[in-house]
Design a binder for this molecule. Structure first.
Ligand code: DP6
Length: 346
């Protein structure tokens, strides 16, 4: 179908931080993971993306943070647009403008927010009325972790078992307002390197080469169940040790990958050591670290303990800033018109 007028839509979507990491694909084409993962959708940070299908264009024009995109990043966007065109029966090319209100490639999961916003904007501009579940599935083809950013609050992506992936998908565990006392202190470290290898490539080399991967896979389902329960009960005493155990397991399989994957800098490692020292001084776990495939560290804590934790993290040499974030809403349309789907949990 070729319409004569340009059609556009804008979506915003947040990044998320994984409490249980997605790391390893059982089916790369369908983006089906080996293990289920759990995340918290972050407030304040977001990608805002506008897609405009335009009959006068000969090719897709993609602009990321004010600069034309090329190479791999552009190809990933065009691939998702092609999927939307096929679903909607649209053949027009599009302009895509996307902007983050936080540094890109800083390890703050800009691919999750970016692809959740792109999936929302592209499908709405193409006239598709997707349910949150369908939107999440579409976003997953851009970036695995993006399927969780469609939903706000606490989210689980079930790995599923079926080869066709029909039983694999994200769903909310608890809404954004569920646990107001829980905060994520995001420690931004100076000189964080840009990701050299896309996570999907890195995780598959872990699957192939890490001797610790099979043990991790056996442990993760139990950890997912315990973390889900701790979130539902707002039980920090149970949650915090599990979050760090999971992070250590993720780091172990990365480090034992051949060639080894090391996402941390010496400053990141100093932050992990400081969290351990803070907990020793408190005589119990009042702070829990985690990190994704990047150098910045997320430190979970209860609001009341922040004054004991934040100044110590801030004063470490090489720490640029410590931002206080909470659980926030999922992807949603901006300036919605009738017929534009709402990317909110049902
Ligand atoms: C460590 O979803 O970023 O953040 O599909 O290559 O974009 P791509 O991978 P991505 O991988 C996320 C890996 C992780 C863990 C997680 O978010 O679950």
């Amino acid at each position: 179908m070729r319409s004569r007028t340009a059609r556009s839509a804008t979506f915003e979507a947040p990044p998320n931080i994984a409490l249980v990491k997605y790391w390893g694909l059982r089916d790369r084409a369908l983006v089906l993971p080996f293990n289920s993962s759990v995340s918290m959708t972050l407030d304040r940070l977001r990608s805002r993306t506008t897609v405009r299908f335009d009959p006068s264009l000969d090719e897709d024009a993609v602009e990321l943070n004010g600069a034309p995109a090329a190479g791999g990043p552009r190809a990933a966007v065009v691939q998702l647009l092609d999927r939307v065109r096929a679903l909607a029966g649209v053949d027009e090319r599009a302009t895509v403008r996307s902007r983050n209100n936080f540094p890109t490639a800083s390890g703050l999961a800009s691919s999750a927010s970016g692809f959740a916003a792109l999936a929302g904007a592209a499908s709405a501009a193409a006239g598709l009325r997707l349910s949150p579940r369908e939107l999440s599935r579409l976003a997953r083809f851009g970036s695995g972790s993006a399927c969780r950013s469609v939903y706000g609050g606490f989210v689980e992506w079930s790995a599923g078992r079926r080869p066709d992936g029909r039983d694999s998908g994200a769903r909310p565990i608890a809404p954004a307002g569920h646990w107001p006392g829980l905060v994520d202190l995001v420690v931004i470290v100076r000189g964080a390197p840009e990701k050299a290898v896309r996570s999907q490539d890195a995780m598959q080399s872990t699957v192939r080469t890490s001797p610790a991967y099979a043990r991790r896979l056996a442990e993760v389902p139990g950890r997912v169940a315990r973390i889900r329960r701790a979130i539902r009960r707002r039980d920090a005493a149970s949650l915090f040790p599990l979050v760090m155990e999971e992070c250590d397991s993720f780091r172990e399989v990365c480090e034992t990958t051949v060639p080894s994957l090391d996402y941390l800098t010496s400053v990141s490692r100093a932050v992990l050591a400081e969290v351990r020292a803070i907990n020793r001084a408190a005589g119990r776990l009042i702070a829990a670290y985690t990190h994704d495939a990047g150098a910045h560290i997320h430190v979970f804590a209860l609001r009341r303990d922040v004054p004991r934790i934040r100044p110590r993290l801030r004063s470490l040499p090489g720490v640029e800033v410590v931002r206080l974030l909470r659980a926030g809403p999922g992807a949603h349309p901006v300036g919605s018109r009738p017929g534009v789907p709402r990317g909110r949990p049902r």
